[in-house]
Design a protein around this ligand. Structure first.
Ligand code: SAM
Ligand code: SF4
Length: 476
C-alpha cells in the first residue's frame, strides 16, 4: 500500500484493493479443461466472472481451449452489443506535464517534446474541423500540469459544446486527464462531462513505481487507483478504466482490470462504463521493454478474455493499433473505436488532410491513420453498424439503474434505432458517395431485420424526416 500525504482526501473507505501476491498466485494454478468450459458457459450466460475465474481463462493455453474462448467472445459480443460500433475522436488540448512517465513522449524530461496548450479559439477551430468530418463524440486529453485545473478542463468542455459548424455538433465530451480531488470532479461534472477516463497504466506495484519516478504526482499509486471512486462520489457515475499493455505481464494487468471493475461494482453497484487496453507504442525518446510487449495473438486473447469477464462493459480499441489488426480484433468484443484521429496538438487543422506524424508533437505514434469516412465505409462493408449515439448520457441514463442489462430490450429498443438514426445523419450530411451507398445498403438490411410494428414504423418515419426535412438529433 502506498503512503498518501494528509492533504489528499481519498474516497470513503479507500483502500488499495490490488494484492500482487494474490493475483500472481492465481496465475500459477494448474488448468482443468472442464472448469475452463464451465467458466466459458457462465460468460455466455452473461454473468460477470470472478477474478479467479478470469485467471482460469488466462491460464488455459491449449489451442483448443483458446479457440473456444475466441468463439465465445465473438458470440457474446454479438449477443450483448449486436453489430454496433460506437465512434469517437480524441482531441489533445495540452501536453505540458509535470510527470515523468517512462513510456510517454510528453514526460517532463523529454527535451524534444514541443509543448503547447490550445487557446480557446484554437480549441474551437479543432472542434469545428471535427464537426466538419461528422464527429459527434470527443475525448479531450490533457497532460498533468497546474495549467489544466478543473476549471480549465470544465471551460474546455463548455467550449466544445458551444461550437456549431454547419450541420455538425459535438454531443458528448469525455475526458482523459489527471486524477482530481472531489471538488475538482464536481467542477468538471457541472460542465456536462460524459465519461471520466483514467488508466492505472500498470496494476503491478513494483512496475508502477519503476515507470513513475518518485516525487512526481503520478507516483502515488493509491491516489490514482482511488480516482474513479472519488469521481463517483462527486457525481461522475460514468467512468472508464484502462491499463497500458507492455509495461508488465499482460495476464496480470487483465486481472488488475477485472479486480478494478469488480471493486467499482461492489462499492457503487455499477461497474465502469468502459475498459481501455492500449498497447505501448513507440514515442519520442521512449525505450520499449521487449520483455512485456504483447504479441498480436496474445492481444487477441486479452481482448477475448476481458469480453468474457465483463460482459456488459464497453471495450475501447484505439487507433494506436494498425487498421488491419483493428478490423480483425473488433469481432472479439470491442464496442467503441476512435476514427479519423490526430494526436498532434492542433492536428485536425494544421496537418492538413494527409496525416503527418510529427514525432515530437505527439504522445506516441498512431497505427491507424485512416479518415473517419474510410473507417465508416470499411465497417459498413464488413457488416458493422457505426453509431454516433449519445442518447443515454443526454437523457441521464447512466449509473446503476441504467446499465444496459437493467432494461429489458434496451439494445433493440434504444441502441439500434439510435445507431440507425445517427448513421443516417452521417450519410446525409458528411459521407462520400461510396460510403453513402454502403451505408444505405446496411440501413435497408437492418430495417428489414426488425420486427414489423409501431416501433419500426416510427423509426422509418424518423429516418425519412432526417433525409427530407433536415431534422436532426431524433434520439430515443
Ligand atoms: N496525462 C493524463 C494521464 O496520464 O492519465 C492523461 C493523458 S495521457 C496523455 C493518456 C494515456 O496515454 C495514458 O494514460 C497512457 O496510458 C497512454 N500512453 C502514454 N504513453 C503511451 C505510449 N507510448 N503508447 C501508448 N499509449 C501511451
Ligand atoms: Fe504526463 Fe500523462 Fe504522459 Fe504521464 S502519461 S507523462 S502524466 S501526459
Amino acid at each position: 500500500m502506498t503512503g498518501v500525504p494528509a492533504a489528499k482526501q481519498l474516497s470513503e473507505n479507500a483502500r488499495d484493493f490490488i494484492c500482487d501476491a494474490e493475483l500472481h498466485a492465481l496465475l500459477d494454478r494448474p488448468v482443468d479443461p472442464v472448469q475452463v468450459r464451465e467458466i466459458i458457459a457462465k460468460s455466455l450466460a452473461k454473468e460477470p466472472l470472478e477474478v479467479a475465474e478470469t485467471a482460469v481463462l488466462l491460464n488455459a493455453t491449449d489451442p483448443e481451449l483458446v479457440e473456444a474462448q475466441f468463439e465465445a467472445a465473438r458470440q457474446l459480443k454479438r449477443d450483448v452489443y449486436g453489430n454496433r460500433i460506437v465512434l469517437f475522436a480524441p482531441l489533445y488540448v495540452g501536453n505540458y506535464c509535470t510527470n515523468d512517465c517512462d513510456y510517454c513522449g510528453f514526460r517532463r524530461s523529454n527535451p524534444a517534446a514541443i509543448r503547447r496548450t490550445l487557446q480557446r479559439d484554437e480549441l474551437a477551430a479543432q472542434v469545428a474541423a471535427l464537426e466538419r468530418q461528422g464527429q459527434k463524440r470527443l475525448i479531450l486529453v490533457f497532460g498533468e500540469h497546474p495549467q489544466y485545473s478543473p476549471e480549465f478542463v470544465a471551460q474546455a468542455i463548455r467550449t466544445v459544446y458551444e461550437v456549431r459548424e454547419g450541420a455538425g455538433e459535438i454531443r458528448r465530451v469525455n475526458i482523459n486527464a489527471a486524477p482530481q480531488d472531489h471538488a475538482g470532479f464536481r467542477t468538471i461534472r457541472a460542465a456536462g462531462i460524459g465519461t471520466y477516463q483514467i488508466f492505472q497504466e500498470t496494476y503491478h506495484h513494483a512496475t508502477y513505481a519503476a515507470v513513475h519516478p518518485a516525487g512526481t504526482a503520478k507516483s502515488d499509486y493509491l491516489w490514482r487507483l482511488d480516482a474513479l471512486d472519488r469521481a463517483w462520489e462527486s457525481g461522475c457515475d460514468d467512468v472508464g478504466i484502462g491499463a497500458l499493455f507492455g509495461l508488465y505481464d499482460w495476464r496480470f494487468e487483465v486481472l488488475g482490470l477485472v479486480t478494478h471493475a469488480r471493486h467499482l461494482m461492489e462499492k457503487f453497484h455499477c461497474g465502469p462504463h468502459t475498459i481501455s487496453f492500449p498497447r505501448l507504442r513507440p514515442a519520442s525518446g521512449v525505450r520499449l521493454r521487449e520483455k512485456w510487449l504483447v504479441s498480436n495473438e496474445d492481444f487477441k486473447r486479452l481482448v477475448s478474455i476481458l469480453r468474457l469477464s465483463v460482459p456488459y462493459t464497453g471495450m475501447i480499441l484505439t487507433a494506436r493499433e494498425p487498421a488491419a489488426l483493428r478490423n480483425d480484433i473488433l469481432a472479439f468484443g470491442v464496442s467503441q473505436i476512435d476514427a479519423g484521429s490526430r494526436i498532434e496538438l492542433g492536428g485536425y487543422t494544421e496537418a492538413g488532410d494527409a496525416q503527418q506524424q510529427v514525432w515530437e508533437r505527439e504522445q506516441f505514434e498512431l497505427g491507424d491513420v485512416r479518415s473517419l469516412d474510410e473507417v465508416i465505409r470499411q465497417l459498413l462493408v464488413e457488416g458493422y453498424l457505426p453509431s454516433f449515439c449519445t442518447a443515454c448520457y443526454r437523457l441521464g441514463r447512466t449509473g446503476e439503474q441504467f446499465m444496459e442489462f437493467a432494461i429489458p430490450g434496451f439494445i433493440q429498443q434504444l441502441c439500434t434505432p439510435n445507431a440507425l438514426t445517427t448513421l443516417k445523419e452521417y450519410l446525409v450530411d458528411f459521407a462520400s458517395p461510396a460510403t453513402r451507398l454502403a451505408g444505405e445498403q446496411l440501413l435497408a438490411q437492418q430495417l428489414a431485420a426488425l420486427p414489423d410494428g409501431e416501433s419500426k414504423r416510427e423509426l422509418i418515419a424518423r429516418l425519412q424526416r432526417i433525409e427530407s426535412t433536415g431534422e436532426r438529433d431524433l434520439y430515443y
